[in-house]
Write a protein that binds this ligand. Structure first.
Ligand code: HEB
Ligand code: CA
Length: 348
């Protein structure tokens, strides 16, 4: 009950917080919004900051530890503390840029690097209309060594490989269903390096909106490559300018996950709540929640969703590759007009 919670006045003279440890975050938030996210935009920097949270957090493996090897520290900032090592791991291609852009912010504030990486992702996502308010914690311990290579999923991995890896990282919590929930993030995403001839190719037609178009468009029959064919981890997409990852394609069609995937179509509330839940748990992998302070109140409440689920112009239910055996694909309107091309996300 907010009325009964005693709030502390922050030393900045402007803000109050439920816990004094959260006070420092207001300045970090405002600095990020102004100087990294272009005044609070859902642009490439926001997308890449969100991607970075995953690539830091998922690098933890109880299975490796059981073999007597170091398994990585999860959400411990290692990707930004040892970037010369970790951004050279193959699945981390392209993340050197956002790590470099975040560096001066880390230098001028007093957060642990581990806290900063997750916080920047939560603030970045909050700029995407329709997004959930993502969790923010302070108190994570920073990495003292880099994560080992081989722990971040690749787009050319099979569903089995991806499901096994996410289950390992989370002690079984991230099962195939929660893996689908995590992949909601690809609603505000583009690829720069899968096909380097067409950088910024989005995964859905609305990379600036946290909507459910990603789940609609990944279920459409692939007919073209936005750039060149034959890239590892890429399959055909249904729209000019759009890029489809092989892993999104196969998980959308896998019998274990197809119905869960389809269930997100047109369900904005689900696309918010399920991701909010899994991000909370992902963002503290390898950390002890009892040592952390919940500062989610500092994360802006995102703008409301825009638009509703639809088929892109020129496409209909006949272009859907039905994969869920139990429930028919929802009825959706088709955007009017001739087929259009999805514009690339401008580079930072
Ligand atoms: Fe992600 C992007 C993969 C999960 C978030 N991805 C991405 C890409 C790829 C991927 C390949 C592109 C890169 C370039 O640039 O080229 N993912 C992936 C996989 C997986 C994933 C395989 C597992 C299944 N993600 C994920 C998660 C998350 C994410 C969980 C959350 C957190 N991603 C992301 C983002 C992006 C991506 C946000 C975008 C970035 C940009 O735009 O730049
Ligand atoms: Ca979208």
């Amino acid at each position: 009950n907010a009325a009964l919670t005693r709030r502390v006045a922050c030393p900045d003279g402007k803000n109050t917080a439920t816990n004094a440890a959260c006070c420092q975050l207001f300045a970090v938030r405002d600095d990020l919004q102004e100087n990294l996210f272009h005044g609070g935009q859902c642009t490439a920097e926001a997308h890449e900051s969100l991607r970075l949270t995953f690539h830091d957090a998922i690098a933890i493996s109880p299975a490796l530890e059981a073999q007597g090897k170091f398994g990585g520290g999860g959400a411990d900032g290692s990707i930004a503390i040892f970037p010369e090592i970790e951004t050279n791991f193959h699945p981390n291609i392209g993340l050197d840029e956002i790590v470099e852009l975040q560096k001066p912010f880390i230098a001028r504030h007093n957060l642990s690097v581990a806290d900063f990486v997750q916080f920047a992702g939560a603030i970045g996502a909050s700029n995407c209309p329709g997004a959930p308010q993502l969790a923010a914690f302070v108190g994570r311990k920073d990495a003292t060594q880099p994560a080992p290579d081989g722990l971040v999923p690749e787009p050319f991995h099979t569903p089995d490989q991806i499901f096994d890896r996410l289950a390992d990282a989370s002690n079984g919590e991230f099962d195939p269903i929660l893996t689908v929930w995590l992949l909601t993030a690809h609603t505000v995403a583009a690829a720069n390096d899968v096909d380097p001839t067409v950088p910024g190719s989005p995964f859905d037609s609305t990379p600036g909106l946290w909507d459910t178009q990603f789940f609609v468009e990944t279920q459409l029959r692939g007919t073209l490559f936005p750039g060149t064919g034959g890239n590892q981890g890429e399959v055909e997409s249904p729209l000019k300018g759009e890029l489809r990852l092989q892993s999104d394609h196969t998980i959308a069609r896998d019998s274990r996950t197809a119905c869960e995937w389809q269930s997100f179509v047109g369900n904005q509330t689900k696309a918010q709540q399920m991701f909010q839940f899994v991000f909370h748990d992902m963002s503290i992998l390898g950390q002890n929640i009892d040592d952390l302070v919940d500062c989610t109140e500092v994360v802006p409440i995102p703008a409301p969703p825009q638009g509703t689920a639809h088929f892109p112009a020129g496409l209909t239910i006949n272009d859907i590759e039905q994969a869920c055996a139990e429930t028919p694909f929802p009825t959706l309107p088709t955007d009017p007009g001739p087929a259009t091309s999805v514009a690339p996300v401008p580079r930072p």
